[in-house]
Design a binder for this molecule. Structure first.
Ligand SMILES: [Zn+2]
Length: 393
């Protein structure tokens, strides 16, 4: 029996020739232009005429737009259509409360262009984009699986001027052999992840260690005259440090959640309303530093790939202040208390391990009962603001 193919993106760095750089810069510029034009056209249409426009409407206006701005014809038309598809996606994400209202793309931010399968060739070794003569010089740090047919390709240039290509393929991913292990994770602030096994994996806080370097570069940038060459250079320096921090964080997270998924059959986490919590000023930096949202997203698709189960527990489950042994619930437990003694059963708890054990128990209750019997969390009252992280000591 063949499994449905899983869509998987492989991202590689590549080094464009001067000519390719020029062509890409042109393409990025045109995509940005079309995206921004689409956004402003949609806005005008809706706010002035009460009429919603979608991909098909805007794509239908592209030929006329090209007559008005003939330089749009110098680049492949596929990335321009894809830019409008991305705009559609941005609106859907907004309507479904996953993102803010779409904003205009700016020149100094990351640039990207997407190519559908009719706008590139892949011969199993080399990738050539439409309107380009030579294939991209891609560094395949790991090979694309043999025999795959890429369905789309996205080229990006980040603010540190590095070029990447993300190749989307359909792939047969073999589920891992069953594991007898189950685990609960408490995604904390002071430690990256506390496991129900008692192991605590320290938050690398890359941002904190590189913070000085970054702050220095940012101060330098602030002193440079607007529009000057030196300002551009200083901005690039800041972007490079930020890119390095982001790379290291991503790498660390991937290794960690891959290990967790490999070892355990069932993984239980709290489904955190990360976005809401990030809006809390005091916690904002610590949380965006740790990157919980991205971590959980990766757990989500990796458990699906490998035939594991991810259980997300209600975000208001008071996992920290419930004793995992006797289920006694404390009235409050402030964030600076790392260890506490249960007044009911006298057990000593490490704050994070106890929370991870509760998350595991709640998750297993949900899976065992198929959700038909009330899960453990129903026993508990709603968390106080302290539990939800609204009060820092
Ligand atoms: Zn107890």
């Amino acid at each position: 029996m063949s499994r449905k193919k899983t869509k998987r993106a492989y991202k590689y760095r590549f080094y464009p020739t001067d000519e390719q750089k020029k062509k890409l810069a042109q393409t990025f510029g045109c995509c940005r232009f079309v995206y921004n034009w689409g956004l402003s056209t949609r806005k005008t249409s809706y706010f002035q005429h009460g009429q919603s426009l979608y991909y098909n409407d805007l794509a239908g206006m592209l030929p006329a737009l090209k007559e008005q701005f003939p330089w749009l014809k110098d680049v492949s038309s596929v990335p321009l259509q894809q830019a409008l598809r991305h705009l559609d996606r941005a609106f859907v994400n907004f309507f479904e409360h996953r993102a803010d209202y779409p904003t205009f793309k700016k020149k100094r931010h990351d640039q990207s262009a997407s190519y559908a399968s009719n706008a590139f060739t892949w011969d199993g070794q080399a990738l050539t984009l439409a309107k380009m003569d030579a294939p991209l010089d891609i560094r395949f740090h790991r090979p694309l699986p043999k025999g795959v047919k890429p369905s789309s390709v996205t080229v990006t240039r980040d603010s540190a001027n590095r070029y990447f290509v993300s190749i989307l393929v359909g792939e047969d991913i073999q589920p891992l052999p069953l594991s007898p292990k189950v685990i609960g994770l408490d995604l904390g602030i002071t430690s990256m992840v506390a496991l129900s096994t008692g192991e605590s994996i320290g938050n690398p806080r890359y941002f904190a260690t590189d913070e000085k370097k970054l702050a220095k570069a940012q101060r330098k940038l602030a002193r440079k005259k607007k529009g000057s060459k030196n300002r551009t250079k200083a901005r690039l320096k800041v972007a490079k440090i930020q890119a390095k921090i982001a790379d290291r964080r991503r790498d660390y997270q991937h290794k960690l959640n891959t290990r967790i998924v490999y070892e355990n059959q069932v993984v239980c986490v709290e489904s955190l309303a990360v976005k809401n919590m990030v809006q809390n000023h005091c916690l904002a930096k610590a949380i965006s530093d740790v990157g919980w949202g991205e971590f959980t997203r990766q757990l989500d698709y990796k458990t699906k790939w490998y035939g594991r189960t991810l259980v997300k527990i209600d975000r208001w489950y008071p996992s920290s202040k419930t004793c995992h042994a006797c289920k006694h619930v404390l009235d409050s437990l402030s964030l600076d208390i790392r260890e506490w003694v249960c007044p009911a059963c006298s057990m000593v708890h490490d704050r994070d391990t106890n929370a991870a054990l509760n998350i595991l128990a709640a998750g297993l209750a949900v899976t065992a009962c198929g959700g038909s019997v009330r899960p453990v969390r129903v026993r508990a009252r709603r968390a106080t603001p302290v539990e939800a992280g609204n009060a820092l000591p």
